[in-house]
Write a protein of this length. Structure first.
Length: 369
């Protein structure tokens, strides 16, 4: 089953200024066009003194919801403190005309979710070293956030709580960015999550998060482990028939050995992922930095932003070209005729895959549900 759909592409902050008339003005920002929307907020392209930014605002129907406003302002306060090359940069936090907003750098690229989709559309997969390298950069970003301290030197105790392929962004230049700290836990949040209440995408939660238990940084480590396991195995890990079934599978946290599921899966990659996916937090990596080191050792020195950028060029030629020229981008599936070069490994031919499925379906059907 395809993993979601391609998300709307985002135009680059280096693209020519948009010529469409502004939808509105918020303080120094001219709001131009909506580019993304979530459950609580929407993101717009805006300009300030000729510079394009991404302006995140609470959706109109929730502007007067005090709890949503607290959550939104909490997010702004958290992200405004984060200064790391692998975390989306925040420029400004403010309110105009009763509308709170967060001004961020405008990224040009695609989510890891969309990259996975594009690979499937072409019948290819990212190489294992590239998956490890992307994961290491996410782990670097998470470790920085986990270690952040306030002006008095007190730990901020940030936990992202929503690490998943949709919240990892890959720019067309090959830069990895962690985005959306909207559900992040922090010591100084005005809005608090009640004990027993869970937040985040269920299929990427840690077992303790799924049970509404107290969390620390190791919950993010588990979520990153789930994300990378799925990307490397090209299948879902805990996703069930519905959210209740998914919660049960997350709670049990039974993770199949991918070396027995996928032909040629590197034992070294499983050795790097297995500690992240331990059900008991005490058995996991103590920090995301430890996970990053393990993944970097597998990625090797040849893997870098340039290699990732090469894959992005071939997976998204039309979208990348449109971003470079400032033209509207098409949301169609990538053409299957495009050949993806060496940083991407070829998928098993369809006929062979069908034959393999026919052989194993009787014994594996229940396990794959």
């Amino acid at each position: 089953m395809p993993f979601g759909t391609l998300r709307p592409p985002v135009t680059s902050g280096s693209a020519p200024p948009l010529v469409s008339p502004p939808l509105m003005r918020l303080g120094p920002y001219e709001v131009r066009a909506r580019i993304a929307e979530g459950g609580m907020a929407a993101v717009y392209v805006a300009s300030r003194d000729g510079q394009l930014v991404a302006l995140k605002m609470i959706r109109e129907e929730y502007v007067r919801n005090e709890e949503f406003l607290k959550m939104f302002l909490d997010e702004g306060k958290i992200v405004s403190r984060l200064r790391h090359p692998n975390i989306v940069q925040t420029f400004d936090l403010g309110s105009e005309q009763g509308q709170a907003f967060i001004a961020m750098e405008l990224l040009s690229g695609q989510s890891l979710h969309a990259v996975w989709d594009a690979c499937r559309a072409r019948g290819v997969r990212l190489t294992y070293p590239m998956i490890a390298w992307i994961g290491a950069r996410v782990a670097d970003a998470l470790h920085y956030a986990h270690e952040l301290r306030d002006e008095q030197g007190r730990p901020c105790d940030i936990v992202h709580r929503d690490v998943n392929p949709s919240n990892v962004f890959i720019t067309y230049e090959g830069v990895v960015k962690v985005i959306d700290f909207g559900l992040a836990k922090a010591a100084n949040r005005a809005s608090k999550t009640a004990t027993g209440v869970i937040k985040g995408k269920v299929a990427y939660m840690s077992p303790e998060q799924a049970m509404g238990e107290p969390l620390d940084r190791r919950s993010d480590v588990f979520a990153l482990g789930t994300t990378l396991w799925e990307l490397a195995c090209d299948r879902r890990l805990f996703k069930g028939d519905d959210e209740v079934h998914t919660l049960e599978r997350v709670h049990r946290a039974k993770v199949p050995d991918p070396t027995r599921l996928v032909a040629g899966f590197p034992p070294a990659l499983w050795a790097a992922l297995e500690p992240a996916l331990a059900r008991d937090p005490e058995a996991r990596y103590a920090t995301a930095a430890q996970m990053a080191r393990a993944l970097d050792a597998l990625a090797g020195p040849a893997m870098n932003e340039s290699a990732v950028a090469g894959v992005m060029r071939e997976l998204f030629p039309q979208e990348r070209g449109a971003a470079a020229t400032g033209q509207p981008q098409q949301h169609a599936q990538p053409p299957p005729s495009v050949t993806v070069s060496s940083p991407v490994r070829r998928a098993v031919p369809v006929v062979l895959a069908i034959a393999v499925v026919l052989v194993i379906v009787v014994v594996a059907a229940l396990a794959l549900r």
